[in-house]
Design a protein around this ligand. Structure first.
Ligand SMILES: NC(=O)c1ccc[n+]([C@@H]2O[C@H](COP(=O)([O-])OP(=O)(O)OC[C@H]3O[C@@H](n4cnc5c(N)ncnc54)[C@H](O)[C@@H]3O)[C@@H](O)[C@H]2O)c1
Length: 454
């Protein structure tokens, strides 16, 4: 099949590369000229494990093309996926500017029957708005062209996106067109071989399924974070509790980790957008309001622990805090809504210095921090280094922010010899409190007790 993907970000590039890998001819379009130039000269604009090999293989075979030209991209395809960003608007609703602008660009050019597929995460009713935008453009041109607009939300996870796309746990198709559904079945057949994973439903249900899934996952995280904070007060250990809970098959072991709060480009914005959609229908989502409130507080938990450890915020002034990890989770360079940004905000305000290492997100982190705090503040208070060890030089305490594999088994005696205040704050509970304490270090995790350390 000939496919065009509009929006060549985390979702668009991965989808395009994977569709090409099973034999389709895919054109990825983006309005970001820098991104397309980079892809056309063999570069990859994002960090996603395994993506470079799939892109290279298919670009070399001539099945994966990159363009900034809507003329070229619309003429290329029978199926066009919309995978542009849907960032939060100021009021929390999903900003549909990009998706509606892409729809209009298609309507201005299409000249043969097309299936348009919303892959971006969009509020219920967006497919109708995309249809209306295309129809309006066709009307202005005085032409009639048959087309369908359907919904196919994406469930891939950054950091495991290729694997998720190649072996999805479900393929949701919301459609009111038998022809479009049949095309989706054909297109997804190579990813749907082992057992049936394709779920057909109406468009509005498909649009809501994506938000409901992300809202559930975000709520699970906030729930565990609340239990962790309570466990700390009660002298219980969240890691033991997590195991005990996860063995119940009705609960399951996944996504029960306490930490520094959820971040990234999806959960925060999707929770906000669903809350907003419900409010527009005079139906307040109390549970999701609480999920968001708990999450915002959780992003400050480590900062609060640092203040307490130093006997008050004033004593943080002049301290140098080492951070291991900056991205919102491992295996990605995505810094959107990363908890590290909230921690750094607190440390900067307290007059502390930050020395940080992240295997891939340093450049993006610096870009965002300079935009937020200014170059002068970053020059004065932030040093980005190229290794975990280098981050310890001159540091008073260490905060584990992102659980990249390379941070999992450090030499604790080296930490004890290097960190001036001999303190480790573990934002992801990846260390055994007893092991850290045995090296002569003060240890604090999330929802763990000193009793657990004993
Ligand atoms: N990132 C994820 O893990 C993930 C997972 C599932 C779903 N989603 C959803 O998929 C959508 C895309 O997310 P992403 O993370 O890939 O975003 P992204 O920001 O990485 O990429 C979006 C791309 O769209 C381009 N773009 C914007 N307007 C355009 C236009 N009019 N024409 C062509 N290109 C345009 C941007 O330049 C950018 O490169 C969002 O709705 C998101 O919620 C994301």
């Amino acid at each position: 099949m000939k496919i065009t993907i509009i929006g060549t970000g985390y979702v668009g590039l991965v989808s395009g590369a994977c569709f090409a890998d099973v034999g389709n001819t895919v054109m990825c379009l983006d309005v970001d000229v820098r991104k397309i130039d980079m892809l056309n000269s063999g570069g990859i604009p994002i960090h996603e494990p395994g993506l470079d090999a799939v892109v290279k293989r298919n670009a070399d075979a001539g099945r994966l093309l990159f363009s900034t030209s809507y003329d070229e991209a619309v003429a290329h395809a029978d199926v066009i996926f919309l995978a542009v960003g849907t960032p939060p608007d100021e009021d929390g609703s999903a900003d549909l500017t990009h998706i509606l602008s892409a729809a209009r660009s298609i309507g201005q050019r299409m000249s043969r029957p097309l299936v348009l597929v919303d892959k971006s995460t969009v509020p219920v009713g967006t497919a109708s708005r995309v249809r209306a935008a295309v129809e309006d453009e066709l009307r202005q041109r005085g032409v009639t062209v048959e087309f369908a607009v359907i919904s196919n939300p994406e469930f891939l996870k950054e950091g495991a996106a290729i694997e998720d796309f190649m072996r999805p746990d479900r393929i949701v198709i919301g459609s009111d067109s038998a022809r479009a559904t049949a095309m989706m079945r054909e297109l997804y057949a190579p990813f749907n071989r082992n057992h049936e994973k394709l779920v057909e439903m109406d468009i509005r249900s498909a649009e809501l399924t994506k938000y409901a899934a992300n809202a559930m996952l975000a709520t699970r995280i906030s729930f565990m974070n609340e239990v962790a904070n309570l466990a700390e007060l009660l002298g219980a250990d969240i890691e033991a509790i997590r195991m005990g809970m996860g063995m119940d098959p009705r609960i399951g072991p996944h996504f029960l980790y306490a930490g520094m709060g959820y971040g990234g480009s999806c959960f925060p914005k999707d929770v906000k957008a669903l809350v907003k959609t419900a409010a527009e229908h005079d139906y307040p989502l109390h549970l999701l309001h609480a999920t968001e409130k708990v999450n915002n507080a959780q992003k400050n938990v480590l900062y609060t622990k640092l203040c307490r450890f130093y006997g008050g915020v004033d004593n943080l002034r002049g301290k140098t805090i080492a951070l291991w990890g900056l991205s919102f989770k491992p295996n990605t360079d995505d810094m959107r809504e990363a908890p590290s940004l909230v921690l750094i905000r607190g440390l900067f305000a307290a007059g502390a210095k930050v020395i940080a290492y992240d295997p891939v997100a340093a450049e993006e982190a610096m870009r965002m921090l300079v935009a937020e705090h200014g170059a002068a503040a970053c020059d004065a208070q932030l040093t980005l280094v190229k290794s975990a060890r280098a981050a310890l030089a001159g540091a008073d305490a260490l905060v584990l922010v992102t659980e990249w594999k390379e941070f999992r088994a450090p030499d604790f005696s080296h930490l004890a010899a290097t960190l001036r205040d001999k303190a480790v704050f573990d934002g992801r509970n990846i260390y055994q409190p007893g092991t850290v304490a045995a090296a002569g270090l003060h240890y604090e995790g999330i929802g763990r007790t000193s009793r657990a350390a004993a």
